[in-house]
Design a protein around this ligand. Structure first.
Ligand code: N2P
Length: 364
């Protein structure tokens, strides 16, 4: 009896300590559809570190986990955006020990400069992949609904109520995040997509309310399958996800033709960052993982699988030419000029935007 008590007590004491940081484990929390099928297996085989891999599809979901503390994750992938900026301010991340990141020099200085708006001096995050947010559409369905002159390269396709009404029967979906949808609505109106003016926000709300009845879904990952299977005709979505849908449809040979356009009014560009939570149980293994992904061959494998561009200059030569030359993946210079990045906003603005978003989604 005494012994059982002692064993129980000992187990409870041990469980109250964080996991030992020298155990060969790594807990990764990444965006869905955002890694090559064999990346984890190759890393495990080389290092003997066993990886637990979970996914999410929005910065909001990641942030809720991080702010509740003790997420148990060693690697997370926030966008270099207001999200990461405030998480850094809240002390959510460790600073990266660059002496352990032998491949850091492979990173594109231009991208490092961009993400420094969220992560000053590049201390907390290693840029992983980047995306732009644009229009994914089913070519046959859209032209059938709107005629041959349909403006597939304009946000009007979604935000003009007359267009949305005609597309509603075949299905429109929007990303499930105010951080993407409001800037797109502002850009459609010819306003600054980065505007923090509450009057502009009201104008965006008015546009969104008009098209609200025509939106079938607010979702940030389902549109890959939906577009590929012909269950949706337009999605505001992330470039690589739409391209994955296009590729899936091609492979399935189901006659669905999916395309992606960066709207002429401009598009959000987001760089997603590998970061290590302050309370990560295995921070050394996390650094090994980041350094692994800084290798040109490893990150080229990822781009070759998910069709998202990476910021590793040495990797470009290893990306398959059909991907490197695909303007939907690596946008040409004149398209890049239309991309904008999201900058930190005041807490008051974020609150107003979140309230507007909740009302909009619930249809009130
Ligand atoms: C992956 C989406 C990642 C893009 N499914 C978000 N910046």
């Amino acid at each position: 009896m005494k012994l059982r008590f002692l064993v129980g007590w000992l187990a409870a004491v041990l469980a109250s300590f964080p996991a030992r940081s020298d155990e060969p484990r790594l807990n990764v929390y990444n965006w869905s559809d955002y890694i090559a099928p064999d990346t984890i297996a190759k890393f495990e085989a080389e290092t003997g570190i066993k990886v637990t891999y979970d996914v999410y599809d929005s910065n909001e979901v990641l942030e809720a986990k991080l702010l509740s503390g003790r997420s148990g994750y060693d690697i997370v992938v926030p966008s270099a955006s207001p999200f990461m900026a405030r998480q850094i301010a809240a002390g959510v991340y460790r600073t990266l020990d660059k002496s352990k990141l032998t491949g850091w020099g492979n990173l594109d200085p231009h991208i490092l400069g961009l993400v420094a708006a969220a992560d000053p001096k590049n201390e907390h995050g290693s840029p992983y992949l980047w995306s732009d947010t644009g229009i994914g559409y089913n070519e046959t369905e859209v032209y059938a609904a709107l005629g041959e002159t349909a403006s597939v390269d304009s946000l009007a396709l979604i935000f003009d109520p007359a267009s949305a009404e005609k597309l509603a029967p075949c299905g429109i979906s929007l990303l499930d995040t105010p951080q993407e949808v409001f800037p797109a609505a502002l850009a459609y109106l010819g306003l600054d997509p980065k505007s923090r003016d509450l009057g502009d926000l009201d104008k965006a709300v008015a546009v969104l309310q008009k098209i609200r009845p025509y939106i079938r879904k607010f979702h940030s990952s389902q549109y890959i399958n939906d577009l590929a299977g012909g269950g949706l005709c337009v999605a505001l979505g992330y470039s690589g996800d739409v391209v994955q849908a296009r590729n899936r449809a091609r492979e399935a040979g189901n006659k669905v033709k999916v395309a992606f356009r960066v709207p002429k009014e401009g598009a959000m560009m987001s760089v997603d960052m590998l970061g290590i939570p302050a309370d990560a149980p295995h921070p050394e293994n996390a650094l090994r993982f980041i350094d692994y992904l800084l290798r040109p061959a490893a990150i080229a494998d990822v781009t070759n699988a998910v069709w998202y561009p990476n910021p590793n200059l040495q990797a470009t030569a290893l990306v398959r030419p059909e991907i490197r030359d695909d303007p939907a993946v690596y946008p040409p210079e004149e398209v890049r000029r239309r991309l904008y990045v999201d900058l930190p906003a005041s807490a008051a603005y974020e609150r107003a935007r979140t309230r507007a978003w909740t009302r909009l989604k619930s249809g009130r």
